[in-house]
Design a protein around this ligand. Structure first.
Ligand code: SDX
Length: 434
């Protein structure tokens, strides 16, 4: 960290104010503009927050130019290869990797909370069977706050830890229930003897008539997919969770707000959109037609799974996801899977195209994840719910950090007002009666 320094702001050579410059462990310094309005009567303007740091955080660091992603300082490549998702959950929540005793206790606590209150099943009955799983997730995860009044004091560290355990443990059960409900199948209860991912895959794919024998290669692949989705700094859904939490809303409501935001096709909805796009392209011969549409300013079509607000280099998660894709397709003898070959060819052509090179558009985490999930037998409309399952720990880690942050206050951005100036209602306005 460099020595504290100030930056001067002047207008027509007249000094307006001095603003402190803050440095972090690594990455860009920030100009602390908290006193800007008080000193100058002006706001900053940054729609989309391209150049705005919303908080201090110790959880995740991204270098978009270098394609670096660190969870609590550890490179995503090492975590994906050497850790399990629950180890990464512990790391994101506590700041350090667990020792064997800590991990055993954490795994036990998660396992003991995988069941949901039996009355929660009634919430599903209100949805049409063809409701999008993310619509059901918003409803059912939001309803969790109606069940756990015993531990909703957000000022209590113990309650916050219990909320984290309950969310990490119950979201997979709810995701599996969404799938079972939409397919008209009975819900499967968790089995405590199974590990986190085996339990989820069994609840998703087993029926009361057939047991599901987890394939260790596929279990490891899904565990890695959850690690890759676990956190990603101040992305749209995490920022939504932080903003909701800044009002004092309970963590179940905040995570529900994150789920709603993640659903958008520009964000977590992209994995479902990628698969739908690949199916629409259908054949490598049609790739040039879709590349041209993506480049056409008058066409709203975008190449789903490409581009990123932060990564202007290859998303390191996309590299790991492509490797996982190879492993799963080889294990399932699907390596000649048409969709995968189409995706590889689409990536090759796009990365050689000047438009994508000039705009630094590379595949992101969503480009290959849909193909892997499809190969694992997960229905396309469940893909974003899978993303939410991985990201729940990131959301709750940021929510917890925000609650404990002494600088934290309710989030309340201002605006550049461009509407009508003050005016009176016309004298001939006829007062409407109630
Ligand atoms: C996720 O923030 C995160 O960290 C998110 C995430 C996470 O883990 O939480 O990483 C997960 O959301 C990944 C992104 C998934 N979304 C998609 O794959 C949808 C397709 N991508 C685009 O919608 C877009 O790239 C965004 C939304 C991801 C990023 O949009 P930005 O930062 O606003 O970038 P931009 O729209 O300003 O793009 C810059 C230029 C634009 O052209 P110009 O206005 O400069 O002429 O690139 C173009 C865009 O039109 N562009 C694309 C494109 N993405 C950007 N053109 C064609 N296809 C695309 N995919």
């Amino acid at each position: 960290m460099t020595n504290p320094r100030n930056i001067s702001l002047s207008d027509d050579n007249q000094s307006l104010c001095e603003l402190p410059v803050l440095s972090g462990t690594t990455g860009p310094d920030v100009i602390d503009v908290q006193t800007l309005y008080k000193q100058t009567g002006m706001f900053t303007y940054d729609p989309g927050f391209n150049s705005t740091a919303s908080c201090r955080s110790t959880i995740t660091y991204i270098d978009g130019d270098e394609g670096v992603l660190l969870y609590r300082g550890y490179p995503i490549e090492q975590l994906a290869q050497q850790c399990t998702f629950l180890e990464v959950c512990y790391l994101l929540l506590k700041g350090e990797l667990p020792d064997s005793g800590q991990l055993k206790e954490f795994q036990y606590n998660i396992t003991m909370h995988t069941m949901v209150h039996d009355q929660l099943t009634n919430f599903f009955k209100g949805f049409r069977r063809d409701a999008h799983p993310m619509a059901i997730m918003v409803g059912v995860v939001g309803a969790l706050s109606a069940f756990y009044h015993d531990a909703l004091d957000i000022k209590s560290k113990k309650d916050r830890e219990m909320c984290a355990i309950r969310l990490i443990a119950k979201v997979p059960t709810i995701v599996a229930m969404c799938h079972k409900y939409s397919s008209g199948m009975p819900f499967m209860h968790p089995k405590n003897k199974l590990n986190y991912v085996e339990n989820f895959m069994r609840m998703m794919l087993a029926t009361p008539c057939d047991e599901y024998e987890p394939n260790p290669v596929l279990v490891r692949a899904l565990d890695r997919i959850l690690i890759l989705h676990a956190d990603h700094e101040q992305n749209a859904s995490t920022s939504t969770v932080r903003l909701a939490g800044s009002s004092g809303a309970n963590p179940f409501a905040c995570v529900t707000a994150g789920i709603a935001c993640l659903w958008g096709a520009a964000h977590g909805g992209a994995n479902e959109a990628v698969l739908n796009m690949l199916e629409k392209i259908g054949d490598v011969s049609r790739i040039p037609e879709f590349i041209a549409k993506a480049k056409d300013k008058n066409d709203s079509f975008r190449l789903m799974g490409f581009g990123h607000r932060v990564y202007k280099n290859y998303d390191p998660r996309a590299t790991l996801m492509r490797e996982t894709c190879h492993e799963v397709l080889n294990e399932l003898d699907l390596h000649d899977m048409k969709l995968f070959k189409l995706a590889v060819e689409l990536e090759r052509i796009a990365l050689e195209d000047d438009y994508f090179i000039e705009k630094k558009l590379y595949p992101n985490v969503d480009f290959y994840s849909g193909i892997v999930l499809h190969a694992l037998g997960i229905p396309t409309n469940m893909f974003t719910a899978m993303f939410a399952m991985g990201r729940t720990v990131g959301w709750i880690a940021h929510w917890d950090e925000m609650i404990a942050d002494p600088e934290q206050k309710i989030g309340r951005p201002r605006q550049l007002y461009t509407g009508a100036d003050r005016r009176d209602i016309p004298a001939d306005h006829v007062k409407t009666s109630l």
